[in-house]
Design a protein around this ligand. Structure first.
Ligand SMILES: Cc1cc2nc3c(=O)[nH]c(=O)nc-3n(C[C@H](O)[C@H](O)[C@H](O)COP(=O)(O)OP(=O)(O)OC[C@H]3O[C@@H](n4cnc5c(N)ncnc54)[C@H](O)[C@@H]3O)c2cc1C
Length: 500
């Protein structure tokens, strides 16, 4: 493995000011590195950016914030308190699930409420729920103590810290759906708790059972919205980075990572300027970095093995004049058979015949996001990645999906009319790809199938180019806001481990 000699200049260029890049920047700055972040967009945050339309404030992508301890630790590492930078508002009940036939189910961190909900769906479900919570709590502890933040490139050292008992407990060989089935007989509860799989790029029948820690983490530690939306948290992290001495250059697109003699030598900006840097961390999606940013005619070949990617998304942002009754902050609309929809989307790479989608009304928790009396509505529709979407006219597709969404919402008795919308924007899969450099328009980056986890996932240090590192959703530990904050720390640890 290519490492540095003592005395290597402690200067680092980070390409991309997503949360992964900002976290790496803060941690390296704390170790005395001189860090500059080059961000192509006029604002930092990447997928977690902000759209402001006619007085309505929308988060572009992430809307669900969990594992607040990860963010608190970032501020603590810098000797600060997160509460002094951003306020986190609890969202409870957290997520509601609606099925096509009118069935519904609601998650909550309030155990009494949760018990009532599982019993309402199927009497006698409480012992299963309690056993699930106890089992997932133990998995969660083992995963975060020993696996998630383990910067190991090989399977044996990665798993080596686990006892036999802990290894068996993680249920790597069982599917998430199978694992949920050990505790819940009701299909709807399994569908709801398995729905996190969509963000990981697999159906609950494909993803490993260890991912039962996702619904557990949300139930046990709560679901949150930063005041001002998710972007309120991004601004807090950006402020922390600036206070730590990180130099952030927005509207600075990087065209190439320059390589000389198998080592990084610098970067070339889109305006043609060349800068010399001994260490470069790319926060741009790993496959995009390897296909498009690494210098040389063979850069396409450097992409190496083909990664399985998570689906793309089509997102709608609607500002309405009135309140939207009959629905809470977070709602997932399931088709009659969610397993069929996963199969169509993830295996067949087509838009499911019965559309699953997610709706978020952040102004229910933070009314300041909309003008007085109004609502901010965000809708996310998962669609296949661009190479699988084919030559479809995306504007036509948008219109037809929008019609299906209104039809479905109104069928559940939620009073929302197209005429209520006074401000709107849409991001197509092509917009996601172009604005943020998302490979093939994949929204959440490399999928989390067993062979793309831990030491099998794309590593955060380039195997062949000395001085080149990666951070963010497609490298370790994985996708999601807390994970990319941890990714930044892990990449920083790699760099200072190599340099110091
Ligand atoms: C629609 C959607 C909904 C989501 N919902 C959730 C959720 O509810 N909860 C959750 O936890 N996670 C969610 N996620 C996932 C989460 O947003 C990501 O995992 C996380 O934000 C990725 O951060 P990152 O730092 O890896 O990358 P990014 O945020 O993609 O940052 C990469 C940065 O690099 C910049 N860049 C790209 N190319 C260049 C270049 N050539 N030069 C300079 N800069 C460049 C980009 O502009 C961007 O700022 C969602 C994602 C999407 C898309």
């Amino acid at each position: 493995m290519a490492t540095f000699g003592k005395g290597t200049t402690r200067r680092v260029a980070i390409i991309g000011g997503g949360l992964g890049g900002l976290s790496a920047a803060i941690h390296l700055s704390l170790k005395g590195f001189e860090v500059t972040v080059f961000e192509t967009n006029p604002q930092v945050g990447g997928r977690a950016s902000r759209l402001q339309v006619d007085g309505f404030t929308f988060d572009t992508g992430p809307s669900l914030l969990n594992y607040p301890w990860v963010f608190k630790e970032l501020f603590q590492a810098a000797g600060r308190r997160m509460e002094d930078y951003v306020e986190l508002l609890p969202v409870d009940p957290s997520i509601a699930f609606f099925w096509l036939n009118g069935d519904h189910f609601q998650l909550s961190s309030n155990l009494r409420h949760l018990v009532q909900e599982v019993e309402r769906l199927r009497e006698g479900s409480t012992p299963g729920l309690m056993a699930f919570l106890a089992d997932a709590a133990e998995k969660y502890r083992i995963a975060f103590d020993k696996l998630v933040c383990n910067n190991s490139d090989h399977l044996l050292p990665w798993l080596g810290s686990l006892s036999w008992f802990e290894l068996l407990r993680m249920r790597f060989w069982r599917s998430l759906d199978g694992e949920l089935g050990r505790f819940f007989r009701d299909r709807r509860v399994r569908d709801a708790l398995g729905s996190y799989g969509m963000y990981l790029g697999g159906s609950p029948r494909q993803l490993p059972g260890i991912f039962s820690i996702l619904p557990y983490g949300e139930l046990a530690l709560g679901l949150w919205l930063p005041r001002g939306g998710i972007y309120g948290l991004v601004q807090a992290v950006e402020r922390l980075a600036c206070e730590m001495g990180v130099h952030i250059l927005t509207s600075h697109p990087v065209r190439k990572i320059l390589i000389s003699g198998g080592e990084v030598s610098g970067i070339e900006l889109k305006d043609g300027r060349v800068e010399s840097w001994p260490i470069v961390i790319s926060n741009v999606d790993v496959p995009t970095t390897r296909h498009q940013l690494i210098e040389g005619p063979a850069n396409g070949r450097r992409a190496g093995r083909t990664l399985a990617m998570t689906p793309s998304v089509l997102t709608f942002y609607w500002g309405t004049r009135g309140k939207v009754e009959g629905v809470g902050h977070h709602t997932i609309f399931f088709p009659s058979n969610p397993q069929q929809a996963y199969w169509e989307l993830i295996e067949q790479h087509r838009i499911p015949r019965e559309l699953p989608f997610y709706l978020s009304i952040a102004s229910k928790t933070d009314p300041g996001l909309a003008p007085a009396g109004g609502s901010t509505i965000f809708i996310l529709v998962p669609v296949p990645i661009l190479s699988r979407l084919g030559e479809r006219n995306l504007d036509d597709l948008c219109g037809s999906l929008q019609d299906q969404i209104f039809h479905r919402i109104n069928n559940h008795g939620i009073a929302l009319d197209k005429r209520d919308i006074v401000a709107q924007r849409t991001l197509l899969p092509t917009d996601w790809a172009e604005r943020f450099g998302l490979y093939d328009g994949s929204a959440f980056g490399a999928a989390h199938t067993f062979f793309q986890m831990g030491p099998f996932r794309y590593p955060n240090r380039d195997k062949a180019i000395k001085g080149l590192y990666y951070t963010g959703a497609s490298t370790i530990p994985g996708t999601g806001l807390p994970m990319v904050i941890l990714s930044g720390r892990m990449t920083a640890e790699r760099v200072w481990g190599d340099v110091c």
